[in-house]
Write a protein that binds this ligand. Structure first.
Ligand code: KG4
Ligand code: ZN
Length: 352
């Protein structure tokens, strides 16, 4: 039987199979990760090989270096993920992989690796959107969480408010018209001389901030769910450059604190506005910036006030990992979505 026919037949069977074990692969940026996930919720293993120390030297991710390191590391990551899971390749029901959004060269490594595995094991190959994976991280951390809910998606590549009507039925309410909030954290960190990735370092430095700085900036797009962060980014960069050019003293901690406050306020205000207008009962945070404690704290306060239940992933599932891909892939299978053939390739962007 041809691989494609066999995969299709097995995929149909998995839709009603009681226990489904997925081996998932994530390589969209600078983390090489492979996980084994049972029934979308139980993580048997989740190995992440991070390249942060390498890309730190360049102040950000260098795409070609990321691809080369994925190729170097991915087989070792598979061996470790299998060993930690107590399962063997023979137990795997499907192979899932992030096919976008992300860096093309980096994604292609994972896609080709996953294809080869699926073909050799004669199991279905599931093509997963990275953004959906970030939402899936919450299903791992909160076994009781089910749709519908509203989701604030905040990562290096995305900033959006989406309505998750069902596991695989996602409606876009608002989006960033320019930079993502993660990009903005990273850029501000860079101008302050903090190392990559900027977000966690801004958060750390902000704790030492005392005075609130008034940047030359007003919150744009007041009456919309859409975000804009490039104005804030430029205002902070201009403030720092101005001080440096004039040789004036300034507190980097105050800059970090003030920037973080404005960014968080923009996210929280728009999200709560969307929650009220859609009468949401549950709010879910997804993506790397979701690791930010000030964001979590302010959302918690607002959710309490508005009687909304707040969910955020465990910190280890906030940033890129394969477990979240294995989680959402399970729900793709259950609704008959995502079955890919061996012509699957990577794409830089995927519509929500
Ligand atoms: O979700 P993610 O790991 O990758 C993408 O899909 O983009 O998000 C990475 C982004 C980076 O911009 C990083 O600086 C930011 O998440 N980030 C944070 C924090 N931890 C990671 N931003 C603010 N505060 C944090 N604690
Ligand atoms: Zn991500």
């Amino acid at each position: 039987m041809r691989y494609e026919d066999l995969a299709k037949e097995k995929f149909e069977k998995l839709r009603t199979k009681k226990d489904v074990l997925i081996l998932s692969v994530e390589s969209s940026c600078d983390e090489t990760s492979i996980a084994l996930v049972e029934n979308g919720r139980k993580v048997l293993s989740n190995v992440i090989s991070s390249q942060i120390e390498i890309h730190k030297l360049y102040g950000g991710v260098v795409p070609e270096i990321a691809s080369r390191n994925h190729i170097k590391n991915i087989t070792g990551v598979l061996d470790e993920a299998l060993a930690n899971s107590g399962k063997s390749l023979r137990d795997v029901d499907a192979v899932a992989v992030t096919f976008g959004a992300g860096l093309i060269g980096a994604l292609l490594v994972g896609v080709n690796f996953a294809k080869t595995l699926a073909y050799a094991l004669k199991v279905p190959l599931i093509a997963v959107s990275h953004v959906h994976g970030h939402i899936g991280a919450n299903y791992i951390s909160h076994p009781q969480l089910t749709p519908p809910f509203l989701c604030l998606m905040v990562s290096g590549g995305h900033t959006a408010i989406v309505e998750v009507e069902d596991y695989c039925k996602i409606k876009l309410l608002g989006w960033t018209v320019d930079d993502s909030v993660g990009e903005c954290f990273d850029k501000v960190a860079r101008v302050l001389g903090l190392s990559y990735p900027g977000g966690p370092n801004i958060e750390k430095l902000a704790k030492e901030g005392k005075e609130e700085i008034k940047f030359n900036y007003r919150l744009p797009l007041k009456d919309s769910y859409n975000f804009s962060f490039s104005g804030l980014k430029t205002a902070v960069v201009n403030y720092v450059h101005n001080k440096e050019q004039k040789n004036e003293e300034f507190s980097k901690a105050d800059v970090a604190k003030s920037f973080q406050n404005i960014a968080v306020e923009e996210l929280v205000t728009k999200t709560m506005h969307a929650c009220r207008n859609t009468a949401a009962k549950k709010l879910v945070v997804a993506g790397g910036v979701g690791a930010n404690m000030e964001l979590r704290r302010q959302l918690e306060v607002q959710c309490k006030k508005n009687q909304i239940e707040l969910f955020a992933p465990d910190l280890k599932y906030c940033t890129d990992n394969a477990a979240m891909i294995g989680s959402i892939a399970y729900y793709y299978i259950k609704v008959g979505k995502g079955l890919a053939d061996l012509t699957l390739t990577a794409v830089p962007t995927v519509p929500i």
